[in-house]
Design a protein around this ligand. Structure first.
Ligand code: MG
Length: 264
């Protein structure tokens, strides 16, 4: 099931996405959900065309834990070694935006980059998750863009500003809940800018698997329903300029599109 979060007439709701097509092409319908998707819920049968609503980030995470340098070719393209221990960092909740929202180019950077990433959405409170239980704590998957001020990342020892500025974490367009761990670990992932392909990879090229990352992160901290793990980006990262439209597409999930504007 594809679960979107949206607003209509000032109300926020979740809905199951039905039909074929994309956010842009139209033809999709939302069946409004009664209850909360992470626990028991049912479909209301009340349907609304997706074109009539504003899509929101599909989850409101308590935290976004992101992993750096998890694809060997991407680590190499920036002149970095593959780390012995996964590099983990946070993106704050104020960095999260939804499909169609704008990425605001921050004033302290002259080198903004896109990073297409598979995002894992956690479904239940968990800590010290053993490998065989990872499948029980994952709610589903969505697309993410770990937008990065590359110049600030190089300048500053920690990445809080470079990867945590407002609007630096587009998520969406919805959460796909029907993928197994094995399926999610072998999907095509790509980024285009103004329709031109920039990044292309497969999630099977991740150095640490989804299971590895959930075990590693929950060794340290409790994850809550709606928390998000960004799993790293494949090779091909590159510049975003004001006016660009960047799209992250993951096979079997969907396409997340955002435009870049100058911060006003
Ligand atoms: Mg990244």
């Amino acid at each position: 099931m594809r679960i979107a979060r949206f607003s209509i007439d000032g109300n926020v709701a979740f809905g199951a996405v039905e039909g074929e097509g994309t956010v842009e092409s139209g033809g999709l319908v939302l069946d409004i959900i009664k209850g909360i998707p992470y626990t028991d819920f049912e479909l209301s049968g009340t349907k609304v065309p997706l074109s009539k609503v504003r899509l929101l980030p599909p989850v409101l995470p308590n935290k976004v834990v992101a992993i750096g340098r998890n694809y060997a070719e991407h680590a190499a393209e920036l002149g970095n070694e593959v780390p012995d221990v996964p590099v983990a960092f946070f993106k704050p909740t104020t960095s999260v935006i939804g499909p169609g929202d704008v990425i605001e180019y921050p004033s302290f950077s002259n080198e903004l980059h896109h990073e297409a990433e598979l995002a894992v959405v956690i479904g239940r409170m968990c800590r010290e998750v053993p490998r065989e239980r990872v499948k029980d704590v994952v709610f589903g998957y969505t697309c993410a863009n770990d937008v990065t001020a590359r110049d600030a990342q190089k300048r500053e020892k920690q990445w809080a500003r470079a990867k945590g500025f407002d609007t630096s974490c587009p998520l969406g367009p919805w959460v796909e809940t029907d993928l197994t761990l094995a399926a999610a670990g072998d999907l095509t992932i790509q980024a285009t800018v103004n329709g031109e392909q920039r990044q292309l990879g497969r999630t099977s090229d991740m150095i640490r698997s989804i299971e590895d990352l959930v075990v590693h992160i929950t060794e340290a901290m409790t994850l809550l329903p709606g928390d998000v793990i960004l799993t790293g980006t494949p090779a091909g990262v590159g510049p975003l300029n004001v006016g660009d439209e960047v799209a992250v597409t993951i096979e079997g999930i969907g396409t997340l599109t955002n435009k870049v504007i100058k911060r006003g």
